[in-house]
Design a protein around this ligand. Structure first.
Ligand SMILES: [Zn+2]
Length: 163
């Protein structure tokens, strides 16, 4: 059985700036209002026969969205991005060996992903959620969709390890 959260109605959203390195138009810093949809597949269990408690799933997902909200998302694993300085106050980085950026530390989030496309963000958020849930042996997988605004997005299925 599946339970799902629709990000628009369950308020699983964040607004952030990013760039798609090397892309003709999306290579420049720009922003999106992201919406996250989550679906969890598993067996019903426990006192209430839940697949997973909505409240727990919502809180975990909102917490992750909050870490990304009103930030510039920086993909530190990109082969085309080099962090040249990183201290308490600011982060400096170079993109494609020629574009230089310096941003206040509090405005950015450094993400261990190769890009900040909807595809990569869906993998990142799905893995974070599974980390927080833990290896529940009644759960099979999580489907995570990151929408860039309304009408377009990327989905990723993360299988939950069984003992
Ligand atoms: Zn974009």
């Amino acid at each position: 059985m599946k339970v799902n959260l629709d990000g628009i109605h369950a308020n699983l959203r964040f607004s952030a700036a990013h760039m798609v390195i090397g892309h003709e138009s999306c290579g420049k810093i720009h922003g999106h209002s992201y919406i996250v949809d989550v679906e969890v597949d598993g067996e019903r269990s426990g006192k209430f026969g839940f697949v997973i408690d909505f409240k727990i799933l919502k809180n975990i997902t909102r917490k992750i969205c909050k870490t990304l909200d009103h930030r510039v998302l920086i993909p530190v694993d990109s082969p085309d991005l080099e962090i040249t300085s990183d201290d308490d106050k600011s982060v400096e980085f170079t993109v494609l060996g020629c574009l230089e950026y310096k941003l206040p530390k509090e405005d950015v989030v450094l993400l261990p992903i190769p890009s900040t496309t909807a595809e990569s963000l869906s993998v990142y958020i799905a893995e974070k959620i599974v980390e927080e849930i833990g290896d529940e042996d009644t759960l099979n997988y999580i489907d995570l969709r990151v929408n860039e605004g309304i009408g377009q997005g990327a989905s990723y299925r993360h299988y939950i390890k069984k003992e």
